[in-house]
Structure formats: structure tokens, C-alpha cells
Design a protein around this ligand. Structure first.
Ligand code: SF4
Ligand code: SF4
Length: 206
């Protein structure tokens, strides 16, 4: 049989215990939450990298990426060469009312044109405003955090190794040129048959 008032005492004990603990409630929006840098807040578009390959739009499970483009013919790089055609982006939009933040579009983009930003304060009162067009997606790029530094023990990426070797080679060439001096004598002209060394002017002429 329960002692009268024991329930009340238990309840008070729980209240006292909780009162002395540190609160985990974030007082948003007065206090901004400290989110991990790779949080999935919104997607930024780096349109300079986008080749309009349509891979992201095709792989998006929600079909919420809208891309329009047209083809442009580029003149041949050299005379006699072939003209080239390239895709020009007209529209790139993401409907964040449909997006489920799966990240597939970012994973499949072969040209690093899409990035996660931790920015999340873009609630709207009109659902149509949740479709972010190209300019807005471009602006989100400014909120994308820098990628983490490479592991110092990691193998150097091939592209960086190639760029470093090219830079070193160029520096060596410049140093060699500087050692020769700015007015290094050029190659001497080879003597022509009519001006062989030791041959006097007019010598040998009929
Ligand atoms: S995060 Fe997922 S749902 Fe959202 S646009 Fe990308 S692929 Fe589509
Ligand atoms: S996958 Fe990347 S490059 Fe291709 S259309 Fe999408 S954003 Fe552009």
C-alpha cells in the first residue's frame, strides 16, 4: 500500500533534479544554433561549373530540379577546324517545398557545381517562394563553408602533383634564364659559303 503523499514527494524530487541540470533547449531565434559545418540546410549552385549535363535533375527522386538550356555553336578554334556546340544554362531552380534533402544531386554532379550550405533560415509564407531560382542558388554559394583541410599524411592528389611539377619546372626555367642574364648573346649566325672565316672579301670571286 502506498504511503499517502509519496507520489507528491516523488514528483517534487524529479522537479528538483531537473531544475539543477543544465538546460539543453536552444532559445532560437534569440540564440543562433551552433550547427556542424556540413549541415544540410540549403543547396548552393556554382553555375560556372555546371555543364547542363542534367544528371542531377534525372537522379533527383522528387523531380524538384528544373533545368532549361539551349545550344550555342562556337566557332572553330583554328582555321579549318570544326565548329563546336555547347549547352548554355537558361534556368536552374530547386523547389525546396519538395526537396527531401537526400543529397543525391550533390553526390552525382560530376563537375562540383552543387554544394550544401548550413543556412536554413529561408522559411516563406507562400509555398511558391520556396522554389529558388538560379540567382538565389548562386547567392547561397557564399554561405558554403570551406572544405576541411587535407590530411597531411594523405597521398597528394594527381592534379595537384601535376600542377606542382609544372610550377617547379617553370621556376627552374626562369632561374636558368635569370642566370644567363637579360641580354644573353643569341646564337651566332652560321657563316655562309661566301663568308667563310679567313676568306677575304672578294676572295674566290671571278
Ligand atoms: S537533395 Fe535530393 S530531393 Fe533535394 S534536390 Fe537534391 S536530389 Fe532532389
Ligand atoms: S549534375 Fe552538375 S553539371 Fe550536371 S546539370 Fe546538374 S549541376 Fe549542372
Amino acid at each position: 500500500m502506498a504511503v499517502p503523499g509519496s507520489g507528491l514527494a516523488k514528483g517534487l524530487a524529479v522537479t528538483l533534479r531537473t531544475m539543477t541540470r543544465r538546460s539543453v533547449t536552444a532559445h532560437y531565434p534569440d540564440v543562433q544554433p551552433e550547427l556542424p559545418p556540413r549541415s544540410r540546410g540549403v543547396i548552393g549552385l556554382f553555375e560556372e561549373n555546371c555543364t547542363v549535363c542534367m544528371l542531377c535533375a534525372r537522379e533527383c527522386p522528387d523531380w524538384c530540379i528544373y533545368i532549361d538550356s539551349h545550344k550555342e555553336t562556337m566557332p572553330a578554334a583554328a582555321p579549318g577546324g570544326r565548329e563546336r556546340s555547347r549547352n548554355v544554362l537558361d534556368r536552374f531552380a530547386i523547389d525546396f517545398a519538395l526537396c527531401m534533402y537526400c543529397g543525391i544531386c550533390i553526390e552525382v554532379c560530376p563537375f562540383d557545381a552543387l554544394f550544401w550550405s548550413p543556412e536554413f533560415e529561408y522559411a516563406e509564407t507562400d509555398i511558391r517562394d520556396l522554389t529558388h531560382e538560379r540567382d538565389k542558388l548562386r547567392e547561397w554559394m557564399w554561405t558554403v563553408p570551406e572544405p576541411p583541410a587535407l590530411d597531411p599524411a594523405a597521398e597528394e592528389p594527381k592534379e595537384m602533383a601535376a600542377a606542382r611539377k609544372t610550377a617547379e619546372k617553370r621556376a627552374e626555367q626562369q632561374a636558368a634564364q635569370a642566370e644567363q642574364g637579360p641580354e644573353a648573346p643569341g646564337p651566332r649566325p652560321s657563316p655562309s659559303s661566301s663568308e667563310r672565316p679567313g676568306q677575304a672579301e672578294g676572295e674566290g670571286e671571278a
